[in-house]
Design a protein around this ligand. Structure first.
Ligand code: MRU
Length: 368
């Protein structure tokens, strides 16, 4: 997608082929900064501290992280060490494990001096595959947006258009390009469908307010940021035609784990007969888990993300401010699980599936 008219992906090999470059997402929306990652340690830091984030991008960065590690120590011990260090960076997004397993399986039988080049090649393939997957999700999801618009009598934007609510950032910044939840929106917008997006701010890190609102605006998609608690009210008043969110791990049964607060949006959608869809790339399916609520590990992050907020002051400086009484206790659960019964459909790269093991298995028989 484009930033100030220039096409970007979220991760790419540097021109000297010795490093990987990323967009430092901690700085958005106030600054657009590209950072060079040269070592395994830097790749781990970038994932753990969320310079990059979003399940598919975490997977792609982990794959490149393995390649960076092979510059330093391409022995069997080096391979094991790189796997272990990248694996522990973030627990919930299953794309991390998926990418690391893929690289390990590829590299283990190779001689040490062949591993680095093979790792770069595979990391590049994983990145390219993610772009293709997300583009297909966009094509299938666009049809759902179009159908909702047709059902309303094709109103123009002035007459309300078609309104999609999304949570967190599941746009191109969360993937290599296109996004999962936002790909259908970009494709609908590009096809001339008058789509407007309600953007949940997504406390505590505000990925909606900081990232989704920014990338939608870069593409010219009309959007409005709302506080996380507003969605239910909007749905009660017919102001949301469908919800589309992303996912960090979807159980084979169809239970969806995504950014904290997704579950409450699904409950409100269910109560108001608003369709609730999930953009789901197949590497985000965890075929080993059936009961998502019980078995998906939920990341708990630093409570300071809850107690301190960052923003731009009137003089242009970006500042941190405390929003709680001194010494207040905070808990920071980063994800929740939406049971499959609240999900209208899973938009995969092979089509829209109902949220069930049978339906997902029929779409991906080779993986199930
Ligand atoms: O903590 P984050 O910002 O990595 O969480 C991201 C999300 O929850 C996204 O919705 C999810 O990864 C889907 S990405 C296309």
């Amino acid at each position: 997608m484009k930033v100030n008219g220039i096409p970007y992906r979220t991760i790419w090999l540097s021109s000297d082929n010795r490093a990987v470059e990323i967009i430092d997402q901690r700085k958005l929306p106030h600054e657009f900064v590209v950072v060079r990652l040269q070592t395994l340690a830097e790749a781990c830091t970038a994932i753990r501290e969320m310079w990059v984030r979003g399940a598919p991008l975490i997977g792609a960065t982990a794959a490149y992280g393995m390649a960076l590690a092979m510059h330093g120590d391409a022995s069997d011990a080096g391979l094991e060490n790189a796997y272990a260090r990248l694996y522990e960076t973030r627990p919930t997004a299953v794309n991390l494990r998926w990418a690391l397993d893929d690289l390990k399986q590829l590299l283990t039988p190779l001689a040490a001096d062949q591993r680095r080049d093979a790792a770069y090649r595979r990391a590049q393939e994983i990145a390219d595959e993610d772009v293709a997957i997300c583009s297909h999700i966009g094509d299938y999801g666009k049809q759902l947006i179009e159908a909702a618009w047709v059902l309303k009598g094709k109103p123009s934007l002035v007459d309300g258009g078609v309104n999609v609510l999304t949570h967190c950032n599941a746009g191109w910044l969360a993937t290599v390009d296109w996004g999962t939840a936002l790909a259908p929106i970009y494709k609908a917008h590009d096809a001339g469908i008058p789509v407007h997006v309600w953007v949940d701010e997504t406390r505590p890190r505000n990925q909606g307010a900081s990232l989704t609102a920014w990338e939608l605006a870069q593409h010219g998609v009309p959007n409005t940021v709302i506080v996380d608690n507003a969605g239910g009210h909007l749905m009660q008043h017919g102001m949301v035609d469908l919800c589309i969110v992303g996912t960090d791990r979807t159980a084979a049964s169809g239970d969806v784990c995504n950014k904290i607060g997704t579950y409450l949006k699904a409950l409100a959608a269910h109560d108001n007969n608003v369709p609730f869809y999930v953009g789901l790339p197949s590497p985000t399916i965890d075929w080993t888990i059936d009961d998502g609520v019980r078995d998906i590990p939920i990341e708990q992050r630093d409570p300071e993300e809850v107690t301190v907020m960052s923003g731009r002051a009137a003089d242009g400086t970006v500042t941190d401010v405390s929003i709680v009484p001194d010494g207040a206790k905070a808990a920071n659960y980063a994800f929740d699980v939406t049971p499959r019964k609240y999900i209208t459909g899973l938009i995969t790269e092979r089509g829209v599936s109902i949220a069930s093991r049978a339906s997902l298995s029929a779409l991906f028989p080779e993986k199930a």
